[in-house]
Design a protein around this ligand. Structure first.
Ligand code: NAD
Length: 471
């Protein structure tokens, strides 16, 4: 039988890799998707976005039940958490979507290949060879184009190893019981989301963040509002904190940290390390190519092409774009579009939404007020609080606001920052507005249904010109 030469071979089946594979299949390209694990979906589906958001939804329901009396619902005082059932529901969701991916691969005629993929060098006569090892046996896959989408893994504090008390995003998702106390190092998305989940389930939570505020990449007003609500929820946190030592005690851990040179200590059952993720680019054969990683990340052009002809990189391993599933997915589409010779559009880093599913939720896109000032724009800001939105009253969630950062000269949206109910959904409107280059005035003439949370976006646009109707 003649040897198969694929049009595209993709290494890694996370959201970046599987999206690329599906789009390649849709274009009729002969596609191979190589995966080292025994399931498709990568970190996001198995130990990231999906199971975490599932737990956050359980936490949200639990919080609603705590406040049931306010809604005239009585008799739920004897409610009980069944942690095993919560875990089972989470696993069912993951299993359903894993099956869904297998179906999508068949539907799009993508050949999935189990094994660890490694580059063997540059293409020979336009054909690349990937060594794929599985169960101690090596085979070779040949393809005209390669896409690397090997993803990332949790960074550790030097000297620590994950186990049943020192946790990363992986271990924390399968705890046998809800910890009574939890220290979280890092107040990025992972840190604040798990703080939210376990506080809802009554754990004593303490966050230690090295930088001066929670969610440091967000607009400063958003960090302040999150800090205010977290304080109210009983989540402790120390910012500008340096973790000096993590030790195991008889039944848990003890963390020594310092803030402004003053040393403090906390004991807890578990510690979650959420200090960022490192790209998985070691041991995939990059040294046999022209690709020279920069602190582990791969440099690409705007079409995701690396410095080695015919090799593309997408997702968490790419230098300069945030490590987010939705970014990886779109980078996959950009790369495949380029390979297929179709018309496409590279990623615009200014139009990437951030979505943090903590309670309250955060959704943001574009420049923060400080970054817009720094960039020299003539900044004009509008802010509308959810306290003045009727739907927020109906759903009983008044925290937060929508803040619009605009350019006073042209009415252009520079950034939109939402904290509050459904912020991760509401941000989509702002992303579309920015992608379509709508002005703030365009939004002011856009009819929003009443009563909706989305209406707060209309009010926030009006507030840029001091003309919000509801505040
Ligand atoms: P992150 O980089 O977003 O945040 C890490 C935080 O830890 C930062 O605020 C950093 O200042 C702090 N930090 C670093 N070292 C520290 C130390 N020694 N002591 C105290 N604080 C320290 O990383 P993450 O939260 O681990 O998330 C990893 C990646 O996954 C990010 O790119 C994130 O955007 C992504 N992610 C996204 C979502 C989402 O979109 N909802 C959810 C989870 C993860």
């Amino acid at each position: 039988m003649p040897e198969t030469i694929f049009d595209i071979a993709i290494i890694g089946s996370g959201p970046a890799g599987y999206t690329a594979a599906i789009r390649a299949g849709q274009y009729g390209l002969k596609t191979a998707l190589i995966e080292k694990d025994n399931v498709l979906g990568g970190t996001c589906l198995h130990v990231g976005c999906i199971p975490t958001k599932a737990l956050l939804f359980n936490a949200e329901i639990w919080d609603h039940l705590k406040g049931a009396k306010e809604f005239g619902i009585e008799g739920v005082d004897s409610r009980k958490l069944n942690w095993a059932a919560i875990q089972e529901r989470k696993s069912k969701i993951v299993a359903k979507h894993t099956k869904g991916l297998e179906f999508l691969m068949r539907k799009n005629k993508v050949e999935t290949i189990r094994g660890y993929g490694k580059l063997t060098g540059p293409a020979q006569n336009g054909v690349h060879t990937i060594e794929v090892s599985h169960d101690g046996k090596a085979s070779h896959v040949k393809a005209k184009n390669l896409i690397l989408s090997t993803g990332s893994e949790a960074r550790m504090i030097p000297g620590l190893e994950p186990d049943d008390r020192i946790l990363t995003n992986i271990e924390i998702l399968s705890l046998k019981e809800i910890p009574k106390s939890l220290v979280i190092v890092g107040a990025g998305a992972v840190g604040v989301e798990f703080a939210s989940i376990f506080r809802s389930f009554d754990s004593e939570v303490t966050i230690l963040e090295m930088l001066p505020r929670l969610v440091p990449v967000e607009d400063e007003d958003v960090s302040k509002e999150l800090a205010r609500v977290y304080r109210k929820r009983g989540i402790s946190f120390h910012t500008s904190a340096r973790v000096d030592k993590v030790e195991k005690t008889k039944s848990g851990i003890s963390v020594t940290f310092s803030v402004g040179g003053k040393e403090q200590k906390i004991d807890a059952e578990k510690i979650l390390i959420a200090v960022g993720r490192k790209p998985r680019t070691e041991n995939i054969g990059l040294e046999r190519t022209k690709i020279k990683p920069d602190r582990g990340f791969i440099v690409t052009d705007s079409w995701m092409q690396t410095s080695e002809p015919g090799i593309y990189a997408i997702g968490d391993i790419v230098l300069g774009t945030p490590q987010l599933a939705h970014v990886g997915g779109m980078e996959g589409i950009v790369a495949v579009t380029k390979i297929a010779g179709k018309t496409g559009k590279p990623i615009n880093p200014e139009h990437i939404p951030n979505a943090t599913y903590s309670h309250p939720e955060i959704g943001s896109v574009g420049l923060t007020e400080a970054k817009a000032e720094e960039a020299g724009y003539n900044v004009k800001v509008g802010k509308f609080p959810f306290t003045a939105n009727s739907r927020a009253s109906i759903v009983g969630q008044h925290e937060g606001f929508i803040k619009i950062v605009s350019d006073a000269d042209h009415g252009e949206f520079l950034g939109v920052h939402i904290i509050g109910p459904q912020a991760t959904e509401l941000i989509a409107e702002a992303v579309v507005a920015m992608e379509l280059e709508a002005t703030v005035e365009d939004l002011m003439w856009t009819i929003h249904a009443h009563p909706t949370l989305a209406e707060a976006m209309l009010d926030a646009s009006n507030s840029v010109y001091g003309m919000a109707i509801n505040a």
